[in-house]
Write a protein that binds this ligand. Structure first.
Ligand code: SF4
Length: 420
């Protein structure tokens, strides 16, 4: 996007320095384990059953986090064509193509943390609760490195989560254990699993508190900053460090809430963001919304790492239920009811749906949902076409014009078409 006049910036959170160090330590620890083999290393999908890995002493790497780094650093533009040339279509998940391309091109933003590439795993563990793409993604590396690829084939588009769904996932989790134990060369300890689930639940509750703080006006944590601060909820779920971090962040956000609007940008309107971030345009979009004095105060995406069902007293069953209750795994009806609750909780003036070309799984504008919600809730909606990593699918000019037009119309109280 061409540079618009600089908006009054949100003052940075003090916690950001702690976050930076925490993420650096995480990458260093996985990389060291992969090089020195003092601990087993696994890759896990971002909402996969990581607690099993924690209980067995694995260091865990999350390739979707790497995908996001590739997008945010814009290295993805250079790496994706390498995967396309191998037959991975430009139409499929651009995290997948960015990451596989990064491996082929030997180019990674992890270099700034001293890593030469994504740490090589001893095992890859997926769950298709979010999409089938993650399995294809992991199977590329399984073939490449000759390491086991195991996982859960989950239900998708669920209306109600029923007991037989939960039971089927529990059976699959149980069936994973012997292979996870074999690679880790140790037995799964029930108490260690309960402790890992307890830490995941605590992390989830604390992260929910952080996000929930933005029900206040003005919101102390906007969507664009939240996509950065959610790092530990993704890569350190089930580890104590994530809980410690969110306790700190939550306290700082509460300070902001108590201080009110002092020293903060104006928030004339409040919006909800549904869908993936546009990683390569986080800063530009954040600046644009600040300039038009509009807060993007809540999102489906950042809430995806809130797992209400986790319960250390019943670890496997609660892990199964939590994985099935995820927004992304649900049918249109439960998704709409969820968005209705969010609109009410955060008192937003409108919803922006990001329709990410290469992630139909996390794009909710293709089956009439924006139009239905506009009618049911009487709330303006806007659909912005784009992508998580492939910036060829995102027009800066069009996005800016549509967003500015949307906010102008909010101002004038005029009817707003879903797609401008
Ligand atoms: S949910 Fe979307 S972005 Fe995430 S791995 Fe699946 S296809 Fe890719």
């Amino acid at each position: 996007m061409p540079a618009p006049p600089r908006p009054a910036a949100e003052p940075p959170l003090r916690s950001a320095a702690v976050l930076k160090q925490l993420m650096a330590d995480h990458f260093a620890a996985v990389d060291r384990a992969a090089r020195e083999h003092h601990r087993p290393v696994a890759w896990c999908t971002s909402v996969g059953p990581v607690e099993l890995l924690r209980a067995l002493g694995y260091e865990v790497f999350f390739p979707e986090n790497h995908g996001a780094l590739l997008g945010a650093s814009r290295v993805a533009g250079e790496t994706m064509p390498r995967a396309h040339a191998l037959g991975y279509s430009p139409d499929i998940c651009s995290y997948l193509t960015s990451d596989i391309g990064s491996y082929l091109a030997k180019k990674t933003p992890l270099a700034k943390y001293g890593l030469q590439g994504a740490p090589r795993p001893d095992l890859l563990l997926y769950s298709t609760n979010q999409c089938r793409e993650v399995r294809d993604w992991f199977e590329f590396y399984g073939r490449e490195w000759g390491v086991p690829v195991v996982g859960v084939t989950s239900f998708r588009d669920l209306g109600e989560v029923e007991e037989h769904h939960v039971e089927a996932i529990v059976r699959q989790l149980e069936a994973l254990v012997p292979e996870l134990e074999r690679v880790a060369s140790r037995r799964l300890d029930g108490a260690a699993l309960e402790a890992a689930v307890a830490r995941s639940r605590e992390c989830s509750d604390l992260w929910r508190d952080c996000l929930g703080a933005s029900a206040a006006r003005p919101a102390p944590l906007g969507f664009f900053d939240a996509t950065i601060h959610m790092g530990p909820a993704v890569v350190l779920r089930g580890a104590q460090e994530a809980c410690d971090y969110y306790r700190l962040l939550s306290a700082e956000l509460q300070e902001r809430v108590r201080a009110g609007a002092a020293g903060r940008p104006r928030e004339r309107f409040r919006l909800y963001w549904d869908g993936m971030p546009v990683w390569g345009r986080l800063r530009d979009l954040s600046d644009l919304f600040a300039r038009i004095e509009t807060g993007v105060v809540a999102s489906t995406y950042c809430n995806s790492w809130v797992f209400d069902a986790l319960d250390p007293r019943d670890p496997l069953r609660s892990m199964a239920r939590a994985s099935l209750e995820l927004f992304i795994a649900r049918a249109e009806g439960p998704k709409e009811r969820y968005l209705e609750r969010m609109v009410d909780q955060f008192q937003v003036d409108g919803i922006l749906f990001h329709d990410a070309l290469t992630c139909p799984n996390n794009s909710n504008a293709r089956f009439g949902m924006p139009q239905r919600l506009r009618k049911q809730l009487g709330i303006p909606v806007l659909v912005v076409d784009g992508d998580l990593n492939d910036l060829r699918c995102f027009s800066d000019e069009q996005a800016r014009t549509n967003i500015e037009g949307f906010v102008e119309q909010l101002e004038g109280g005029r009817p707003v078409p879903a797609r401008a």
